[in-house]
Each structure stands twice: as C-alpha cells, then as structure tokens.
Design a protein around this ligand. Structure first.
Ligand code: AMP
Ligand code: MG
Length: 344
C-alpha cells in the first residue's frame, strides 16, 4: 500500500487533506491524524472491520483497548453510560478539560464494538483539541477510535515524519498537522463516587493533565503502574515495556553509578543540560539532547520527549542514558515513560 502524506499548510491543502481523510474513514480505512498529544491512527469506532485495521497496522495485541474520540461533549452518551452518582462530576470535569488531553473511563454503551474496548465493560473517551482532528471527526459525524500511530510498544510519533517511520506502507494516509503541542499521550482517569464530598479520581495513566490540575475536582490517586514483567497490570494495556527505542535505554538515577564499558558508544537524554547535574561530562557522549535546556520546564520537556528519544535511537549509539526528571506535574508521566522505555 502506498502511504500519502497530506500537507495542511494552506487553507486549500487543509480542506483537501480533511476531505481525503473523511472519505477514507467513511470507506472503513484507517488514517493517521494529528492530535494535541501525539499522532493518532484513527478509524470509525463503530465499524469493527475498520477498527481491526488499526490493530493490524500497529501490530497491537487485541487485549489492549483503544480510546474513543468524540466530536462534541454532548455525544458522550452514544458511547458511554454515565452513572447517575457521578453525572455531575463528569459534567464538571468534561466542561473544564474538554476539548483537551484528558481521557475518562466510563461504562460502555452497547453500540461500541467489543473490539474497541478489548471486551471490557468500560470505554475510554476523550475529545481532542486539535483543530484538524476536530474537523475530521465532526465531518465524519461518528466517533473515532485512535491510538497512537506507532508500531505497538514503540516510541509514539509527534510529527508526520515520525508516523512515516512507523507505518509507511501500512496505511493509506497521514495528515501532516505539524508538531504536537502537548507531546505525550492523554491522562487517563476513572471516577468513583465517595460517600461524602468530591469523588475519587484515579489516574490510570499519567499525562499532560496533572494531579495538580485534577485536584479541584476530587481526591486524586495514582493507580499502581509499576508491575513486574509477567504480572497482570492493574490498568489494561499498560505493559511494563512500552515506548521502547530499539537502542537499549538506561534510566541513570545517580550520575556516580555510571561505569562506561570500553568501546561502547553512549547517548545522553538530558533533562535541562545543566553541568551541575553531573551528567554532561560523564563520558564522551556520541550525541546528547536536552529536553528543556536551561530552565528545565516540564511541559517543554514533554513536548520534546518523544522527538528526542527517537533522534537518540537513530544516532547509532549502543545505549541511551536518560537523566531522571523531577516527579511532579508532567514529570510524573515522563518518568513513567522512561521506566517503561528502560524495561526489557
Ligand atoms: P492509546 O494507545 O494512547 O490510545 O491509549 C490506549 C490506552 O488506554 C490503553 O493502553 C489502556 O491503557 C487505556 N484504556 C483504554 N480503554 C480502557 C478502559 N476501558 N479501561 C482502562 N483503560 C483503558
Ligand atoms: Mg500508544
């Protein structure tokens, strides 16, 4: 299959790209679209044959459920059944965060094919803020299932060029919407009522919407993500090894623990490129890239994260050494991804 990359850098080209995408989606094909988090591989969520093509193109195992993207908040009831006890909370949360990088896990409606949810009784739902994605999902007038547009377990794509590297020849169309501005996958939450006060918000996957952002809406708690290989993860689809570069990656918590092996070439994924952090001159790095030079801003680190990881993966090093980031705000999601990238 030939993969076409459709530019959107002029209103006419944007219109053309959107209509190509909508035509293909109507015919049950899957297409790569930009979102504010990472590029998604989208298909009509209500068409199981189309959804099956996502799993095939990504080589994604059927037990890993997909996120369903809506065109409007008021279409939530088509895919989910919002329990009465949390209806007000769901309304407050979606009014505040949608469109945006927050996914809610809710009981699914019968209309959603089991393939989308991997047979689970729940469905993960969000509404993207990316204007191109929104145009496509609105014109199609159907929800879209859209996981990240990479081969299963690999580095998520934050540019059309990265999608080409992952899926060239496997999908008919990539809509090039430029770089993604959140840079990491959506935060996933579930909401449980409590006897008194605000509900319990469980963060099933850390992401751009942080614990601090969610706190006004409930008591926030992180689900247990740190499963060992072989153990069944609490959250479906959150494998111990994920976001993996082909080059082995080591998360080096303390610079003094580094003992370079003779003849091995190392690359550095630095947090803020600070000499005082002790990593910059540990060895003669083949290449070193910094997530947020100087100030170490976590949202900036998130935007650059997958791009830098991919570049280091391609630089020819034998091993990538990653500096830890502070585990607050978006740093929680980034550290989780580094741990998974480092897991075998
Ligand atoms: P992505 O690959 O970014 O589309 O994210 C899909 C992830 O969302 C899956 O790997 C799961 O971890 C999570 N997910 C999807 N559906 C559910 C669900 N029904 N319950 C809990 N987590 C879900
Ligand atoms: Mg993914």
């Amino acid at each position: 299959m030939q993969t076409v990359v459709a530019p959107t850098d002029h209103p006419d080209r944007l219109k053309d790209a959107v209509s190509q995408a909508v035509d293909l989606l109507k015919r049950g094909e899957c297409v790569a679209l930009p979102t504010e988090t990472v590029y998604g591989l989208a298909a009509d969520a209500m068409n199981p044959e189309a959804v099956a093509k996502i799993f095939a193109a990504k080589e994604r195992p059927a037990f890993d459920p997909l996120i369903v993207h809506l065109s409007h908040r008021d279409r939530l009831e088509e895919v989910a059944m919002v329990p009465e006890e949390i209806a007000k909370d769901v309304a407050r949360i979606t009014e505040h965060f949608w469109p945006g990088p927050l996914t809610l896990v809710l009981p699914k409606s019968a209309a959603v094919p089991d393939l989308v949810t991997s047979g689970l009784p729940t469905v993960a739902v969000r509404m993207s803020a990316n204007p191109i994605f929104r145009r496509v999902v609105t014109s199609l007038a159907q929800p879209l299932a859209a996981p990240s547009a990479n081969r299963f377990g690999r580095i998520s794509p934050t540019s059309a060029a990265a999608v080409v590297k992952e899926l060239d020849g496997r999908i008919p169309l990539i809509v090039d919407g430029g770089a993604c501005h959140a840079g990491i996958e959506s935060t996933i939450i579930s909401i449980t009522p409590r006897k008194e006060g605000k509900p319990l918000i469980r963060v099933l996957r850390a992401g751009p919407v942080t614990k601090e952002d969610l706190q006004p809406f409930g008591k926030v708690e992180f689900a247990n993500h740190h499963t060992e290989a072989g153990e069944k993860p609490e959250v479906p689809g959150q494998m111990p090894s994920h976001y993996a570069p082909r080059t082995p990656l080591r998360l080096l918590e303390k610079p003094e623990d580094f003992q370079p092996e003779e003849g091995k070439r190392y690359a550095l994924l630095s947090y803020r490129g600070g000499e005082e952090d002790g990593y910059l001159f540990l060895t003669d790095w083949l290449q070193s890239l910094t997530l947020s030079p100087g100030s170490g801003k976590l949202p900036e680190a998130a935007v650059r994260f997958f791009h830098c990881l991919r570049a280091l993966d391609e630089c020819g090093a034998d091993e990538i050494v990653a500096e830890p980031l502070p585990e607050r705000g978006m740093g929680v999601a980034l550290m989780e991804k580094l741990r998974r990238a480092a897991a075998k």
